[in-house]
Every structure is written in structure tokens, then in C-alpha cells.
Design a protein around this ligand. Structure first.
Ligand SMILES: *[C@@H]1O[C@H](CO)[C@@H](O)[C@H](O)[C@H]1NC(C)=O
Length: 235
């Protein structure tokens, strides 16, 4: 009887402690979520302006199927739009490109900007790919520069279709299956807690491709962007 009584007391205090820890973690999580947006230096509307202007310029020049022209023009526009943000624009340097295997899909990317709360990349594939978007703690804006992306959520029996000039917004926490046909390239902007997205970006490399050189290169280049930005005061 007395033993049972003492367990009731100690168990109750244990549960109270767990509840208190959970409440504190929840509090920290909500706080981090609430301050996240104060670190953003880019915005979906501004990027969309640059994106649409890029396509208008490309169409006027008869270059709207020239991926090099599109990437060059969109990065130039971004540098003008956000003069205070640090960007890389040397996308013709192949050493700055890397493969990305994640969620069963494979593509390649060039990092224009990566910090703790934002990243901006050129992502796409020359051959085509298909896979899982990943579960992310960031909002993702996928601007189709060239080609197409198809996507759907479970329960949908028809695909959402995103073509040149369209932006596919994937809110944080939502997941989809997606595919991109050959020579599809996008300007991808994510805002949220970016380091929490990295395990997904590395998972297929660690568990499937074992392409350690790509993993190393991705870690070094991403780290260089993030640390460089932190030193410049951009979280
Ligand atoms: C595509 O655009 C690049 C960059 O502006 C340019 O150097 C190249 O000549 C263009 N290609 C064609 C086929 O027009």
C-alpha cells in the first residue's frame, strides 16, 4: 500500500517534470519560429519581380529557352534588387556546381546565397528526375526558369503543373511527390531554419549513393556561405 502510494507521488512528479520540459521546448520552438522572419533579407514578392523581369528580357531577346542566359540574367537582377546581400554569381565556374541526391530525386545545384534563415539556389536537372520533396522547416518557392515541374499531394489524382514563369510554393511541413523533365531549371528560394533542412539534403548521399566527394563539397560550400554570412552579420 505504502509502496504504491510512494510510486504515485514519484510518478506524478516525474510526469510533471516531463510536462515542464516539453513546455519549455515548445516555448523555445515557438520563440525561434517567431523571430525567424526578422532575419530575412529577401522576400518572395521581390524575387518574383526579378524572375518575371528576367523572363520578359529573355523573351524579348529570343533567349527564353537558353538556360545560360536565364540564369545569368536572374542572378544579375537579384544582385541589383538586394545590393546589401552577399551573393555568388560565378555560375559558369563548374567547381561551384554539385549534385544533390535527396528523397530519391537527383539534380544539380549552384548556391547563390545560403545563411541560417535563407537560401537561394539554381536547382535543376539536364536529364530529368522524380522523387519526394522532403519534410522541411522552411517555406520553399520554386521559380521555374525553364522546363517544368509536376507535383501532387496524396489524394490528388491529377498533377499540379508548373511551367516557365510559374512559382511553386511549398509551405513548411507539407510534402509532395514531384518530377521534372529534362533540361528543367529553377530558382529556388527557402526561408526558415535552413540547418534543419540539411539532414534531408545529405541523407541519400550517406545511405544510398555513398558519393563522399559530393557530400564533402556540399558541406564545404554550404558552410563557407553560412559562415561568411554570419561574419558579415547575416543570420
Ligand atoms: C545563351 O546565352 C549565353 C549567355 O548570355 C550566350 O553567351 C550564348 O551565346 C547564348 N546561346 C545562344 C545559342 O544564343
Amino acid at each position: 500500500m505504502s509502496q504504491k502510494g510512494s510510486c504515485t507521488t514519484s510518478c506524478a512528479s516525474k510526469w510533471a517534470l516531463y510536462a515542464a520540459i516539453l513546455a519549455v521546448l515548445y516555448g523555445i520552438g515557438s520563440y525561434l519560429q517567431s523571430i525567424n522572419s526578422s532575419f530575412y533579407r529577401m522576400d518572395p514578392a521581390g524575387l518574383n519581380d526579378v524572375f518575371q523581369a528576367t523572363l520578359a528580357t529573355a523573351r524579348a531577346a529570343g533567349q527564353d529557352q537558353n538556360a545560360t542566359f536565364l540564369v545569368e540574367t536572374v542572378i544579375g537582377g537579384i544582385e541589383k534588387q538586394y545590393p546589401a546581400v552577399r551573393f555568388r554569381n560565378d555560375f559558369t565556374d563548374k567547381s561551384q556546381w554539385m549534385f544533390n541526391n535527396a528523397g530519391g530525386a537527383m539534380g544539380s545545384m549552384f548556391i547563390i546565397h545560403a545563411s541560417i534563415t535563407e537560401y537561394l539556389i539554381i536547382f535543376g536537372t539536364a536529364t530529368g528526375t522524380e522523387g519526394h520533396t522532403g519534410v522541411h522547416t522552411a517555406d520553399d518557392y520554386f521559380h521555374i526558369l525553364k522546363g517544368q515541374q509536376l507535383a501532387y499531394s496524396p489524394g490528388a489524382l491529377v498533377a499540379e503543373e508548373y511551367n516557365q514563369g510559374d512559382v511553386h510554393w511549398l509551405p513548411r511541413g507539407e510534402v509532395q511527390q514531384y518530377s521534372m523533365p529534362r533540361e528543367s531549371w529553377a530558382l529556388e528560394y527557402a526561408q526558415g531554419w535552413i540547418p534543419l533542412m540539411l539532414p534531408f539534403g545529405f541523407a541519400d548521399g550517406i545511405l544510398s549513393t555513398l558519393d563522399v566527394w559530393t557530400l564533402y563539397k556540399t558541406a564545404v560550400i554550404t558552410g563557407r556561405h553560412m559562415i561568411g554570412n554570419l561574419l558579415a552579420g547575416k543570420i
